[in-house]
Structure formats: structure tokens, C-alpha cells
Design a protein around this ligand. Structure first.
Ligand SMILES: Nc1ncnc2c1ncn2[C@@H]1O[C@H](COP(=O)(O)OP(=O)(O)OP(=O)(O)O)[C@@H](O)[C@H]1O
Length: 249
């Protein structure tokens, strides 16, 4: 089954606190298709973080993205909402550049994803996939060190971020192997890896699954704080949308 999505962007920011921009998705005739564009990016916020135009993506005969148009203004949190199977993860993979689109155009932080020399995927984007990509043989410390090296962070910076994230995400001892972590702990390590290099764009596919309500509230608060700078944009899928709204996400 696939679904059709309708974008109902309501972000008309004027440079104040970040607003929640919502993509409401509606079931329709077997494909995902976004309708209206977001309003033009606010002056002073540096334009769009993501622009998708007439984007199509199929798996064989199954059309998942059908002429999707989407604009994520810089410095905001953009929520992708929709029923299971409507194409949210497919869209996020296309934005990050790990999945090719069949037709259309995507621009992420000014260039198409996977453009030579563009750090998308790479340092500019922190991606927390729904299916976690962690090495069971690594400890938490190895994992964050690994991602730090990939993104060219110094050992000192990696260590400082690691200490902050272990505390912030309430992770167990850094020396613990990933294979011995609970599902929720693994998801928090994956979120830590996405946040590690302070990327300009965060793409989070269900970041709070398996996270208790207190920590979820902390994560919402953290996302609100980092977008307040105007330099970081977040795209998120979540089933906790009401809770996120209450946290001013
Ligand atoms: N690699 C694949 N090959 C074939 N079909 C796929 C593949 N990946 C996803 N699909 C199909 O594409 C559709 C969209 O899947 P996708 O994972 O993007 O949905 P989603 O909205 O993220 O769902 P959920 O909320 O359950 O995570 C589904 O019908 C799914 O079965």
C-alpha cells in the first residue's frame, strides 16, 4: 500500500523563534504526492534547507513519491506526518542521498544530495535512520569515535561531544558493547551519532521510539534550542506529534 501526501505548510516565520512546519498527509489514490509549497523562506534565515521539486520515486511498479514538492525553510523544525507505508522514510533517504530519485530535483543545503564535494551525505547532515546502522562489535565510545573520524572532528572535539551526549541521552557506560544494549539504548546511540558533529541539517526518522517520556521532553527541548540559532534545520518523523507540539517543537 502507498499513500498520497498533501503538504500543508503553515510556516510564515519572520525570524522569531522557530515554528513547527507540518506536512499533513492524507490517504488518496495509491501514491505519495505533496501539494502546496511552503511559503518563501523568511528573509534573514538564509533560504531553504531543502527544496524538492516534482520528485518521483518508485520501487518497481509501486509509485511511492509522485511529483512531490516540498520546501523546508532554514532554521526550522519540519515534521513529516503520515500513515505507515506512505513514503516518509523513502523521502528522507532521497534527501540524504542514499536513495536515488527516479525524476525531479532535490536541493539540500544548496546542492543536490551526493553532489561531488558536497557534504550531504556527510558532515553537514546528521541522519538517524529508522533501521539503525550500528556495529554490534563496537562499544558506545567506539561508535561515536568512528563517526567523529568520518566527519573529520578532532579527538578533543569528539571527546567533548561524546561526554555531553552520553550524559544528555542518558546512555550507559561508554565501554558497553552495542550488542548488549537495549533497543531504546541503541536508538539513543544512533541519535547521538546524528547529533555528534553539530550538523546544519538533522534528518531524524522516529528518533524517540523506545525513549521514555522524560528523555523525550529533553530531546524536544534540545531540538528547539538548536534551531533557535537559525543555522540548524531539522526534519523529523514521529508518532509523538502532539507531545512535540506541546514542547513547542
Ligand atoms: N526497498 C524497497 N523495495 C520495495 N518496496 C519498498 C522498499 N522500501 C519501501 N518500500 C515500500 O514503499 C512504501 C513506502 O515505504 P516507506 O518505508 O517509505 O514508508 P514510511 O511512510 O516511512 O512507513 P513507516 O511509517 O511504517 O516507517 C511501502 O509500501 C513500502 O513497502
Amino acid at each position: 500500500m502507498a499513500t498520497e501526501a498533501a503538504a500543508a505548510d503553515d510556516a510564515a516565520t519572520t525570524g522569531g523563534p522557530p515554528e513547527y512546519t507540518e506536512m499533513e498527509e492524507q490517504l488518496a489514490e495509491g501514491r505519495m504526492k505533496a501539494d502546496e509549497e511552503a511559503p518563501p523562506p523568511s528573509p534573514g534565515l538564509g533560504g531553504s534547507a531543502i527544496r524538492c521539486r516534482e520528485v518521483c520515486r518508485s520501487y518497481g511498479e509501486l509509485k511511492v513519491l509522485n511529483n512531490l514538492n516540498l520546501t523546508v525553510p532554514q532554521g526550522q523544525i519540519y515534521g513529516l506526518l503520515g500513515p505507515s507505508g506512505c513514503g516518509k522514510t523513502t523521502l528522507l533517504k532521497c534527501i540524504v542521498g542514499t536513495l536515488k530519485i527516479s525524476r525531479g530535483h532535490i536541493s539540500v543545503l544548496g546542492k543536490p544530495p551526493a553532489f561531488p564535494g558536497h557534504q550531504v551525505p556527510g558532515r553537514m547532515v546528521g541522519y538517524m535512520p529508522q533501521d539503525l546502522a550500528l556495529y554490534n562489535e563496537f562499544t558506545i565510545s567506539d561508535t561515536l569515535t568512528f563517526f567523529g573520524r568520518i566527519h573529520g572532528l578532532s579527538s578533543k572535539d569528539t571527546q567533548a561531544r561524546m561526554d555531553f551526549l552520553v550524559d544528555f541521552l542518558d546512555l550507559p557506560q561508554k565501554s558497553k558493547l552495542v550488542r548488549n544494549l537495549s533497543g531504546g539504548q541503541k536508538r539513543r546511540v544512533s541519535l547521538g551519532a546524528a547529533l555528534l558533529q553539530n550538523p546544519q541539517l538533522l534528518i531524524l526518522d522516529e528518533p524517540t521510539v523506545g525513549v521514555d517520556p522524560v528523555l523525550r521532553a529533553k530531546i524536544w527541548q534540545h531540538l528547539v534550542e538548536i534551531v533557535k540559532t537559525g543555522k540548524v534545520s531539522v526534519v523529523i518523523t514521529t508518532h509523538y506529534i502532539e507531545e512535540a507540539r506541546q514542547a513547542n517543537v
